[in-house]
Design a binder for this molecule. Structure first.
Ligand code: SAM
Length: 350
């Protein structure tokens, strides 16, 4: 039965809610899902895996998301923010290591005004014309997003976290809203960004129906990038006692996402590498095609702890880069250092 469902998903890139529920809740047919997801990925991207250099510019955050280690309410966090010069240094090191995408990520830190972000983006754009600039700085106004885009940013990552409004309020404080999250995502698309969204797998109170709502929302949004990672508890959050997300379910969902969005860029996330020593390799085998090694200065890495035991917090950028190249090669894939834009349907290899 589920084998037929995998086939249907492969051929039609869609299923009914009931069919999705069967696939999500059963592990019997993971092998077939993985096989088909790999087939689809190879037809669009071959064995290429794109690298993105991640620069975590600040762990200050005005938000208080119940799951996140750098939430405003965590008074044990030693806060830091990078200067424009430090960010540009990270880009220089990254460029020398072959990175052609920089991901500027941070908590929602109001210290960085629109003007400051525009200045940073313009400086990177001027120095590295052949690179993509991805921002992941949370919720801002249409005007702000537009000014960043006009300064040279091309991509924006903003996970919707959960598309079910009742689930959303269980994960976030009352001042945050799913409607605003969605508004941001559609604004970003309208402006012309390549948009990435996604959700945590196994977040507290998540149900199969919530995950199906996530898939439906992504179908509506049609993002260029879809990032999912297992929820991992952080000991200084209200969710410290919740169990972390399941590796197998995360991998199954990566395969499902590959079949739903054949063209998409799907990262094998750091969270995946944290819940299993070879989690990122398994993510690639399940259909992912992006990795995001850390380019942040080593002295701040540990402070950007979204969840417990986050990996790669002690290594220099070059070590991270080479370690990932080896890991990806060991499973028969190859790291590609070009800009790695999303492919359109027409770009299919075969
Ligand atoms: N502030 C930006 C935003 O909200 O998009 C970017 C930074 S935010 C910390 C990046 C992502 O980390 C979130 O979208 C969330 O899915 C993920 N994250 C936060 N806490 C996590 C946890 N405990 N386990 C797994 N992922 C987590």
């Amino acid at each position: 039965m589920s084998d037929l469902l995998s086939q249907k998903l492969y051929l039609a890139s869609d299923l009914t809610d009931g069919e999705f529920a069967i696939l999500i809740e059963s592990d019997s047919f993971d092998e077939e899902l993985r096989r088909l997801a790999d087939l689809v990925r190879r037809s669009y991207y071959g064995t290429d895996v794109y690298v993105r250099g991640l620069i975590e510019i600040s762990n200050y955050c005005r938000n208080d998301c119940y799951y996140c280690g750098i939430r405003r309410g965590n008074h044990f966090v030693e806060r830091y923010r990078l200067t424009r010069g430090e960010i540009l240094d990270c880009c220089r090191i990254g460029y020398e290591l072959g990175y052609r995408t920089f991901v500027i990520q941070g908590g929602e830190d109001t210290f960085y005004s629109d003007e400051m972000i525009c200045e940073i983006v313009s400086a990177i754009r001027e120095l590295y014309v052949d690179c993509a600039i991805t921002l992941s700085l949370g919720e801002r106004s249409y005007r702000s997003y537009k000014s960043f885009f006009d300064s040279g940013a091309n991509r924006y990552l903003l996970r919707h976290e959960t598309a079910d409004s009742e689930h959303y309020v269980k994960l976030h404080p009352p001042e945050m809203s799913l409607d605003n999250r969605k508004r941001c995502l559609f604004d970003l698309k309208r402006i012309g960004y390549q948009v990435g969204s996604g959700f945590m797998v196994g977040s507290p109170y998540q149900t199969t129906q919530n995950i199906i709502a996530d898939l439906r929302f992504l179908q509506e949004l049609q993002p260029a990038m879809v990032g999912i990672g297992s929820f991992i508890s952080h000991h200084q959050t209200p969710f410290s006692n919740f169990r972390s997300g399941d590796l197998k379910l995360t991998l199954r969902l990566i395969s499902i996402l590959r079949l739903l969005f054949p063209y998409s860029l799907i990262p094998a996330t750091t969270a995946l590498g944290t819940i299993d020593p070879v989690g990122r390799e398994l993510g690639i085998l399940a259909g992912a095609n992006v990795v995001m090694p850390n380019l942040s200065p080593v002295n701040v890495r540990k402070k950007y702890e979204l969840y417990d035991n986050k990996i790669c917090t002690g290594e220099e950028a070059a070590e991270c880069r080479h370690c990932l190249t080896r890991r990806i090669a060991s499973i028969g894939f190859n790291i590609v250092t070009n800009i790695g834009n999303v492919k359109e349907m027409k770009d299919k290899c075969s």
